[in-house]
Design a protein around this ligand. Structure first.
Ligand code: FE
Ligand code: FE
Length: 197
């Protein structure tokens, strides 16, 4: 096993709550499983999975302050719903604190909450793994989403975004416009696949 992975695990174990750490390890292994299925780099997948929530232990106000301090620009949507910001700040930490050099790993962390149109394979893998990892039991439609994850990644992302947006709208929560853009993009692929156009 690569030393980097062990060092990161030790570091994160000290920072994250036991539940968050367990989720982190679980996501990193599901990332490697999906990387095996879809022919992606296993090390990069494990690394991105390990670091995807590396800023999640920080409160919203704290993350906003840290972003301002580091000159990280925030969108109006991110100010309205700062829960997504741990992805943006996590990507910054991965690069500048944990020394990750691979853009594809940094971007997979960056987009793991909202998704975005035209995600890379690794971005898709982390996005999906975060939703389906085996410790999760509350997300909507989990059994269907899990069964599709290893068959069709784009269809899986469409379902996750659909379930997440339905859930947020049902609770009258603000939705980041990037999630809406991502949904429109993957819904189009879904319709084309079904021949609905
Ligand atoms: Fe997260
Ligand atoms: Fe997560």
């Amino acid at each position: 096993m690569k030393e980097v992975i062990l060092d990161l695990r030790n570091e994160l174990r000290g920072k994250l709550s036991p539940q968050r750490y367990e989720h982190t390890i679980s996501v990193s292994f599901i990332c490697t499983a999906l990387a095996m299925r879809y022919g992606s780099d296993l090390y990069h997948a494990e690394l991105a999975g390990l670091l995807h929530d590396c800023a999640k232990h920080l409160g919203d106000g704290e993350i906003i302050k840290k972003c301002q301090k580091q000159g990280i620009q925030l969108t109006d949507d991110e100010r309205k719903a700062p829960a997504v910001l741990h992805a943006k700040y996590g990507a910054w930490l991965a690069q500048y604190k944990y020394g990750i050099e691979e853009d594809e790993v940094i971007n997979a962390i960056r987009w793991h909450t909202t998704g975005r149109p035209e995600m890379s394979i690794l971005e898709k893998i982390v996005f999906v793994a975060d939703y389906i990892e085996p410790r999760r039991d509350k997300a909507a439609g989990l059994s269907v989403v899990r069964s599709i994850a290893f068959k069709d990644l784009d269809e899986c992302i469409y379902l996750i975004l659909k379930n997440t947006l339905d859930y947020l709208k049902g609770k009258n929560c603000f939705v980041d416009s990037m999630s809406l853009e991502a949904y429109a993009y993957y819904e189009q692929i879904h319709k084309e696949m079904k021949g609905e156009q």
